[in-house]
Ligand binder design. Structure first.
Ligand code: GDP
Length: 440
């Protein structure tokens, strides 16, 4: 979710406020009008935007703000808190796992919104947490849907229960019995989708809920549909009582309207967001972190979690040790690049840094990193370990081998030298190094 223009608009509003010192009621009112327009342009539901502004204005007009020494900061703080509240509050909404297994989750939603993909993503996510999930094919109308679930289930390493075109409620019942027999503690039902909300679909979901004990109904909605996604969520919630929302395709949603309004309109929290087509592209939805991303304050916590999730801790410790011993070489650099790629590439990492939302991802040339990798791959083991032996003749060979130029090889070698110098300094005088970094 990029929220690019919303972030930009809000940072413009706050910059003007900061320039004013003391704020008058008129200043706050003018700023709030701009925030309201920005929200509407982000495709936020009209009533949600109106109520939001009313709440923020009331708080901002309060004495603590008007009389504070930094009124603009106070207003930003109120907007931050209110955005967090709007999306569900400080705590991320989690799935409650029952002490008596299995916990049964029913995924529902319109066709094409990402239900089957997210059944597998969730399965993989639970698997990583040490659970033993089971996916269940309850979409009996499209034979391709069963095949698709089997394919993604296999990719995720999660077993899939199928019974062909048997009635969905019977499949669900048998699947739960199977889960009990085989020790699966989480059952994820992938139900049928339709192109539009219709009664037959709601009746079918209702029959499944009557036949088995569903612990959570999770609605899968496509963030890119904006307000339509919110309307769909409202209809599903009224018909089958949803417990939580999985907001998918947030990677393709630049406006963020669904993320901002769906909780306020339906009363149901977003529990997860889908951030890409790959099965690892699933994140717990943290309203507070999302609010600070919108306000350009970055989302360093998610960044750290991603790194922790992927970094092999032993390897990270080894790299750190090698850095401290001045042994960091081109092989280590290659490892670091691979890690970065696994974390979703440079553009996605930058977007989570404070101020990173101001950088257009299209301006980040991921090809540079592909070139660096190619250059290192074209080096011999001796060259990788000791780049100082790379003379002009070797440079020409490496450039030719990697399909790059001698200038690019030179540039990489210079960067590497600089990194080594920095590491030496860090070792010699960690405190001064810290001061230098902070000053950067
Ligand atoms: P279903 O009909 O609801 O089961 O939808 P599918 O799971 O078949 O997904 C429809 C399409 O959306 C597929 O091409 C998926 O790869 C794609 N998709 C699903 N989730 C995401 C996501 O979070 N991001 C992106 N970019 N694509 C997604």
């Amino acid at each position: 979710m990029a929220f690019e223009s919303l972030s930009e608009r809000l940072s413009g509003v706050f910059k003007r406020l900061r320039g004013k010192g003391k704020l008058t009621e008129a200043d706050i009112k003018a700023a709030m009008r701009e925030v309201r327009t920005a929200l509407l342009e982000a495709d936020v539901n009209y009533k949600v935007a109106k109520d939001f502004i009313a709440g923020v204005t009331e708080r901002a007009m309060g004495q603590e703000v008007m009389e504070s020494l930094t009124p603009a900061q106070q207003v930003i703080k109120i907007v931050n808190e209110s955005l967090t509240e709007l999306m569900g509050g400080n705590e991320a909404a989690r799935i409650h796992i029952k002490s008596k297994p299995p916990t049964v989750l029913m995924l529902c939603g319109l066709q094409g919104n990402g239900k089957t993909t997210h059944a597998a993503k969730l399965g993989k996510w639970f698997l990583k947490q040490g659970h033993r999930p089971l996916l269940v094919a309850c979409d009996i109308y499209r034979p391709a849907a069963i095949d698709q679930l089997q394919v993604v289930g296999k990719q995720a390493g999660v077993p899939v229960f199928t019974m062909g075109t048997e009635k969905p409620e019977i499949i669900a019942k048998k699947a739960i019995a199977h889960a009990k027999d085989y020790g699966n503690d989480i059952v994820i039902l992938d139900t049928a989708g339709r192109l539009h909300v219709d009664q037959a679909l709601m009746d079918e979901l209702g029959r499944i809920k009557e036949a088995v004990e569903v612990d959570e109904v999770l609605l899968v909605v496509d963030a890119m549909a904006g307000q339509d996604a919110v309307n769909v969520a409202k209809a599903f919630n009224e018909a089958v009582a949803v417990d939580g929302i999985i907001l998918t395709k947030t990677d393709g949603d630049t406006r963020g309207g669904a993320a901002l309004s769906v909780k306020a309109v339906t009363g149901k929290p977003i529990k997860f967001q889908g951030t890409g087509e790959k099965l690892d592209d699933l994140e717990v939805f943290h309203p507070a972190r999302m609010a600070s991303r919108i306000l350009g304050m970055g989302d360093v916590l998610t960044l750290i979690e991603k790194a922790q999730d992927l970094q092999d801790e032993k390897k990270a410790a080894e790299t750190a040790k090698r850095m401290m011993e001045n042994k960091f070489d081109m092989n280590d650099m290659l490892d670091q690049l691979a890690q970065m790629k696994k974390m979703g590439g440079v553009a996605s990492l930058v977007s989570m840094l404070p101020g990173g939302n101001k950088i257009n991802p299209d301006d980040i040339d991921e090809k540079v990193f592909v070139h660096i990798e190619a250059i290192i791959h074209s080096m011999t083991p001796a060259e990788r370990e000791k780049p100082s032996i790379i003379n002009p003749k070797r440079k020409r060979r490496i450039a030719a081998g990697s399909g790059t130029s001698v200038e690019e090889v030179n540039k990489l070698l210079r960067q590497f030298e600089m990194m080594q110098k920095m590491m030496k300094q860090m070792k010699k005088n960690p405190k001064a190094f810290g001061r230098r970094l902070r000053g950067m």
